[in-house]
Design a protein around this ligand. Structure first.
Ligand SMILES: CC(C)(COP(=O)(O)OP(=O)(O)OC[C@H]1O[C@@H](n2cnc3c(N)ncnc32)[C@H](O)[C@@H]1OP(=O)(O)O)[C@@H](O)C(=O)NCCC(=O)NCCS
Length: 142
């Protein structure tokens, strides 16, 4: 089931965000590994603003998507997506993004945008969802 996150989901979201940031930090230490209190603030704010949507199975939260709509720029923005390791490969993330597409259509938003690291699992996922790269962050080791 897909639904907006509420206060009862705080602990599950905190856990998943911690895992997500750790995965990103493992790819490259340039990614922040926020403190527990920073994560908690983000979760509480995000729930209050309706930014977090969760995927539940047997009443447990097994994945989430964090999104927002920028009406001025007519953009649907995906800030984060995460599925618990043991539930990956079962189209949970696909269903979460399909749900966001429907919300965007209802709001007359016709373009989705996100930032993804080329080295992450998610990069392949987004490409398979039909997203195409249009800008590139460039690195040089000196
Ligand atoms: C990326 C992620 C959200 C995908 O979740 P998921 O529920 O397993 O994805 P789905 O089952 O909906 O995958 C759909 C398609 O995406 C592709 N895909 C998903 N995960 C992939 C991976 N690790 N490697 C390669 N392709 C992948 C596959 O093509 C898959 O289609 P298939 O089942 O026909 O092969 C999940 O692996 C995850 O949480 N990763 C770590 C967090 C992360 O990187 N988040 C992004 C931050 S924005």
């Amino acid at each position: 089931m897909i639904r907006l996150a509420n206060k009862n989901d705080v602990a599950a979201l905190q856990l998943m965000l911690r895992k997500l940031f750790e995965e990103y930090h493992n790819i490259d230490t340039c990614y922040d590994n926020p403190t527990d209190s920073e994560i908690l603030d983000d979760v509480n704010n995000g729930i209050e603003k309706g930014l977090y949507t969760v995927f539940t199975s047997a009443d447990s939260v097994i994945g989430f998507i964090k999104t927002h709509i920028n009406k001025d720029k007519h953009l649907g923005c995906v800030d984060n997506i995460f599925v618990m390791n043991e539930h990956r490969g079962k189209r949970v993330a696909t269903k979460l993004i399909e749900n966001f597409k429907l919300i965007c259509k209802k709001e007359n938003i016709t373009r989705l945008q996100l930032t993804s690291d080329l080295r992450s699992d998610a990069y392949v996922f987004w490409k398979n969802q039909g997203f195409t790269p249009f800008a590139s962050r460039m690195n040089l080791n000196v």
